[in-house]
Design a binder for this molecule. Structure first.
Ligand SMILES: [Zn+2]
Length: 548
């Protein structure tokens, strides 16, 4: 007669998934907890509550991912893989303050054995052993209970759905703080183990990369100026103001109830009301706006191409980019550029940031540096605004522009009433109204020697709490119109109307037409009378008003 040896208790797949998720999310994110703890906006009990909710969300998402692998043959290997990746990631993030994004994964994959062995250390071994080795040994010693196929499928899908629902529910509760945090500290998303590795892996394999290989493709190599430009005594002068985070619906020119455009309302201009942006963030919109491809083709492009500024320059114009923001996203790489954002001019700058008006204070000096033979043909200046950049809208305006009060003065929007957030945002538009009217004023002062015009268009809009959504950057397909419908304003001097044969009256009749950033490339070339095969007349907003 034999007595059975005592058996280890069998663990269900669900229990293993939950235990592994807790370990990966809590112990595997030591660096993240350390970094979050160091943030001033997350100090105190509220910060602690937020961090707990954040940890809970990570646990739920990891549970959802692992539940899809909760099969006898796949669960233990999958958990082990995530443990090892998390162990290594924690070491490097803790020691070197790196984040784990796609390019870092590419670096790791391209590291050869000799370089890798240089980096091996006792500390690394201890971290990986503690975070990954010991839990993995424990894991592999657990017998896993087996369920019939059908029941296991239901179990796994149920667990996945439940944990996603819990994660989503928690996100709703902390959304404002969460959005502010992600916006102010964009690197945090790359510090969340093991989701950063999973994301980077997906980016490298399933989701195609946005960075295109190969040489830059020239466009508009046949670009020339039309005869009307070559024979004019007063060369055209266009200021293209690239707005920031301005949304169409908050412009009183477009029907907003509050007077956010007191100065522009006095000018003879056209404000287009239905212009769709190309993206919902600066990095996504700006390169697309200046491209000839349009939104659909831009996202599918296989090469990087030159942009409208290259074509204008090739046609013979003097082109200048003045940046009062975080840079031109590669759009000014081949043209003269100046950055005003970090200037220290007392009347225009404070706290390491300059008001947009500083660009006008610099323009004469910067224009004088451009080649005179080009300026004799005409000039295009891009002014890249700081505009309504959030979430600290209140920082954008000086006291005299704070028309709507009280303002939200907390970078964490969640600390404010919605009214205060909208007040602070609308004040940034009042400042943009002032800036644009000063641009028009400066252009008018050039009428003796030039034929001036202005075109203003914002890069994307902003959510201000509609449906509890704030800021911008949602995937385009699901983004609300607050984020994608942007203001676009043209001002043509009488001389420019004559030169281009485009009348403001005709444009005003078309102001409610559905337009988009796709029109920008061709409209600028059309307005500046550049002849090239890459120009498409049907996308030129001004073409329909030519000669009318
Ligand atoms: Zn932007």
């Amino acid at each position: 007669m034999f007595i059975d040896a005592p058996k280890r208790p069998q663990r269900s797949a669900t229990i293993l998934v939950i235990l592994a998720s807790l370990w990966l999310s809590l112990a595997g994110n030591l660096t993240l907890w350390k970094n979050l703890h160091a943030l001033p906006e997350l100090s105190g009990w509220e910060g602690l509550g937020f961090t707990v909710a954040f940890a809970w969300m990570i646990t739920c998402i990891v549970t959802a991912i692992l539940s899809l692998f909760a099969w006898r043959l796949t669960l233990k290997p999958m958990i082990t893989l995530l443990l090892i990746i998390t162990g290594f990631a924690t070491h490097y993030m803790w020691m070197y303050g790196i984040v784990l994004n796609t390019s870092m994964v590419i670096n790791v994959l391209q590291t050869d054995v000799r370089e890798a062995s240089d980096q091996l250390s006792w500390r690394l071994l201890l971290t990986v052993m503690g975070l990954a080795g010991l839990p993995a040994i424990w894991l592999w010693r657990q017998p896993m209970a087996e369920l019939p196929w059908g029941k296991q499928i239901l179990n796994n899908l149920g667990l996945c759905a439940l944990s996603l629902a819990l994660a989503f529910g928690t996100l709703q509760l902390i959304f404002q703080d969460f959005a502010s945090l992600m916006r102010n500290h964009t690197q945090i998303r790359h510090q969340i183990n093991p989701l950063n590795s999973v994301n980077a892996f997906l980016q490298l394999t399933v989701i195609s990369s946005d960075k295109k290989d190969g040489p830059l493709q020239p466009i508009g190599e046949d670009a020339t100026l039309s005869n009307t430009i070559s024979h004019t005594q007063k060369p055209p002068l266009l200021i293209l103001v690239l707005g920031e985070t301005a949304r169409s619906q908050n412009f009183s020119l477009n029907g907003y109830a509050r007077n956010t455009n007191p100065l522009l309302a006095k000018e003879q201009l056209t404000s287009f009301t239905q212009v769709a942006s190309c993206g919902t963030s600066t990095a996504e919109s700006v390169p697309c706006m200046f491209s000839h491809l349009g939104r659909q083709d831009f996202s599918k492009r296989s090469h990087e191409y030159e942009n409208v500024l290259d074509v204008l320059q090739r046609a013979g114009y003097a082109v200048l980019w003045i940046d009062n923001q975080s840079g031109c996203k590669g759009q000014c790489d081949r043209i003269p550029t100046t950055n005003t954002a970090s200037l220290k001019i007392p009347e225009h700058c404070e706290g390491g940031e300059c008001r947009d008006i500083v660009m006008l204070a610099r323009i004469d000096t910067e224009l004088a540096k451009l080649p005179p033979e080009r300026r004799a043909r005409g000039t295009v200046v891009v002014m890249h605004q700081m505009g309504s950049h959030g979430p600290a809208y209140f920082k954008r305006t000086s006291p005299e522009f704070k028309k709507f009060k009280p303002e939200c003065t907390d970078t964490s929007l969640a600390q404010c009433d919605r009214e205060e957030i909208i007040n602070a945002y609308d004040n940034t538009l009042v400042l943009t109204d002032f800036f644009l009217s000063r641009v028009i004023g400066w252009l008018k002062a050039q009428e003796n020697s030039h034929t001036p015009a202005m075109l203003y268009v914002s890069d994307h809009g902003e959510s201000l709490g509609e449906k509890n959504i704030y800021l911008h950057g949602l995937p385009y397909r699901v983004a609300p119109p607050e984020q994608t419908i942007v203001p676009m304003i043209t001002w043509l001097s009488p001389g420019f109307e004559k030169l281009s044969r485009v009348s403001t009256k005709c444009l005003q009749n078309q102001r409610d037409k559905a337009l988009s950033h796709d029109n920008l490339f061709h409209s600028v070339l059309g307005l500046m009378a550049v002849k090239t095969s890459v120009y498409q007349r049907e996308l030129d907003v001004f073409a329909a008003c030519e000669g009318r």
